[in-house]
Design a protein around this ligand. Structure first.
Ligand code: ZN
Length: 68
């Protein structure tokens, strides 16, 4: 493999990795419609503001308090 081919292969590898990462972020970015703890509907504004959130504001705060 000459240097040029090597660089091409490296570039492709980086591209594939960043695409895989983008897909994962997108998947994680799906917010829950309802809080997984108390089943309260999570406001649209919160779901947009906090991509991937699974808890309502109350439960999120409780969890953070417990975590210390
Ligand atoms: Zn909740």
């Amino acid at each position: 493999m000459d240097e040029y081919q090597f660089e091409l292969a490296q570039l492709r590898e980086e591209q594939e990795r960043s695409e895989a990462l983008a897909r994962r972020v997108q998947y994680q970015g799906v917010s829950a419609l309802e809080c997984v703890e108390c089943d309260v509907a999570i406001p649209e504004a919160r779901r947009v503001a906090v991509p991937g959130c699974q808890l309502c504001i109350d439960c999120q705060q409780l969890r953070e308090l417990k975590r210390g």
